[in-house]
Design a binder for this molecule. Sequence first.
Ligand SMILES: *Cc1c(COP(=O)(O)O)cnc(C)c1O
Length: 322
Amino acid sequence: MELSFCNTVSLPNHRRSGFVEASGSPLETVSTFGRQLLVKRDDSLIIAPRLGGNKVRKLHHLIHDTSREAIVSYGSAQGNTMAALASLCQMNGREFVYYTTAVPRFLRDKPSGNFKFSLDSGMELRIVPSTTNLTPLQVTGLPSFHFVPLGAAYHLAEEGAKVLAKELIQQLKTSESADIRIVVASGTGTLALFLERYLRLNATNISVIAVPVVGDAAYLVHQMQDLDKRSGDVGIVPDVLDPVKKKPFAKPRKELLGIWRELSTQGLNVDLIYGARAWEILVEQPEAFIGNKDITCVYYHCGGLDGDSSQLSRYKRLGLVN
Ligand SMILES: *Cc1c(COP(=O)(O)O)cnc(C)c1O
């Protein structure tokens, strides 16, 4: 099957045989909270419905895989990775089996968002008592399959992160700045880890700041160190910005909605779960990023805007939005 890439053109690569992608997404200038930033617009990278943003980078290896083998994964019943995999499997004619623990009643009664999308795309859902450390050995009834761990936090995600890193080096090469920092909103930290790994070894003036959205800094560092060990043990982990206050992941809050709206009026539409929380942390500590005059600020836009409408319904149910 021919893949059509929205913002990607294939160019013959004369150094090696085969093709490489060039100019995957643009780097644009935006002013937010009084600071000029460069925004890496991976939100504009859309391969298929709900297969966009940083998931295009993390699943690069599977997008380009012609295998028809089933894909098996696990995690939350509303996850972005789940929806991206469901979309990818539908696009490439692969079976998709997804393990999760009990689905909340309201979602079972009235599927919505990523959950509905994935079921409609043909996902086979398997409900199990626990998915903690689910391994391929526990997967039954499939003659063969490709196993994607929680959040696609595995060595194969490095391939697409490298493509992104090369793109950024190319786009930033005219900058004379000695210190370019790229902020990456992080869940598992997979994208941040592999991006930093390539940059540390290939671009001395560009580094990553991972912003923990799911837990605190220690949790994110631990996750990235673990993934590093499982992917070559290179010993490079990006800097992590420690949030001032811990907040529960993905829970609606009016402060978050405020930041999200403010960013939107300033011309930066981020997603309401990862992006808004990352910005809340960035605004709390301006000296680390937007208030630091000695650095060139780059915001990596992870995409994920497809999840906003179901998240907004949660805000509505809680009376935080009309
Ligand atoms: C998946 C996702 C992330 C987290 O990516 P990790 O590689 O797990 O850190 C951040 N933002 C958005 C919008 C996502 O969909």
